[in-house]
Design a protein around this ligand. Structure first.
Ligand code: ADP
Length: 321
């Protein structure tokens, strides 16, 4: 294992932009093999021809770092990374997008997590088959080695729940002890409840967060049948100063501010929906970008719905720039 900060073969610092604080995205990066199909679902035991195929760097925090960087934010990705040849695509793609990976923890002999994604060309919906591989999750000790002074915002993907709860505790502790020394002020913390995780209650990552993102999939799994009931339910777990943002596919998104005010943004559907893969990650990145630039919650969700609406009208992310 290469220690954080040690030189890595192809993970170099590669800022392409400047700005005030850096935004750190903590989570998983994986290798996506994306097939676009005109005929879906496909039968078993046949040979089907895809109309398009591409390799793509995936993973929630990894995707959000891509969109943040395309929007012009100074952004770093932090997670564990495979040193295998198959993972070199992931490394090169981070560099190509100007996203720093300089603190990532490299495991030479572990495979990268991978996914096969089938995109239905008629409605843009995606079906994902994912394998987490033998790559270890980020540990609290890895996180403790970061110098938090350089960050203005840290986003945590909702996974690896026990360790991530402790990482968030570390940031909260740092805010209590050091934020007065930082020109950037306290680090803002966001988390995402995207889907339920086996064996652990993902809601345990919520209490110290400033902004909590909740996906429709997670809300439906919990039995919260609309955006308002999801926000009210999650508010039971947050600190009083937290904002809660819920996304609901083509219906757009809603937000609850700390004083209990509720805002709604409609969805902004493109002329033609071609790919919903990464819509939630795009929304999250655009909302974090807007909030970290000082905009209001109401402005942030509308901006994020516009960017995510544009994304579902394109393949990949490069058209966001
Ligand atoms: P996830 O990718 O986590 O399933 P959602 O489906 O809730 O996320 O979508 C996130 C955001 O993307 C929505 O709030 C909306 O702004 C936008 N979005 C998703 N699907 C569509 C669509 N069909 N038309 C317009 N906007 C969409």
């Amino acid at each position: 294992v290469l220690k954080p900060g040690a030189a890595m073969p192809y993970f170099t610092e590669s800022w392409s932009r400047t700005g005030d604080g850096q935004i750190l995205c903590v989570g998983l990066a994986c290798l996506d093999s994306v097939y676009v199909l005109s005929n879906y679902p496909i039968e078993e035991d046949i040979k089907e021809r895809a109309i398009d195929h591409r390799w793509q760097r995936g993973g929630n925090a990894s995707n959000s770092s891509t969109v943040l960087s395309l929007l012009g934010a100074k952004c770093e990705y932090f997670g564990t990374i495979s040193g295998k040849k198959s993972a070199s695509f992931i490394a090169e793609d981070f560099i190509m997008h100007g996203i720093s990976t300089k603190h990532c923890v490299l495991y030479e002999d572990c495979e990268p997590p991978a996914a096969t994604v089938l995109v239905n060309n008629t409605n843009g919906l995606r079906t994902i088959v994912h394998n987490e591989s033998n790559l270890p999750e980020l540990s609290l000790d890895d996180f403790k080695k970061l110098d938090l002074l350089q960050y203005s915002w840290i986003h945590f993907e909702g996974r690896n729940v026990v360790a991530v709860s402790r990482m968030i505790e570390e940031v909260a502790k740092w805010n209590r002890m050091h934020s007065s020394e930082s020109e950037l002020g306290p680090i803002r913390i966001s988390v995402e409840l995207e889907r339920p995780r086996c064996g652990s209650d993902i809601l345990t990552i919520v209490p110290q967060a400033d902004v909590v993102f909740v996906s429709k999939d997670y809300a439906m799994h919990k039995g919260w049948s609309n955006m308002i009931s999801a926000m009210e339910a999650v508010a039971e777990y947050t600190k009083t100063s937290a904002s809660i943002i819920v996304t609901w596919g083509e219906m757009g998104a809603a937000a609850r501010s700390p004083d209990g005010s509720i805002y709604h943004s409609p969805g902004f559907p493109p002329h033609c929906v071609v790919e919903t893969l990464g819509a939630g990650d795009t929304f999250l990145a655009a909302a974090v970008f807007s909030l970290s630039s000082g905009h209001s919650l109401r402005h942030a969700i509308t901006f994020a719905c516009r960017i995510a609406g544009a994304k579902v009208g394109m393949y990949g992310y490069s058209g966001i720039r």
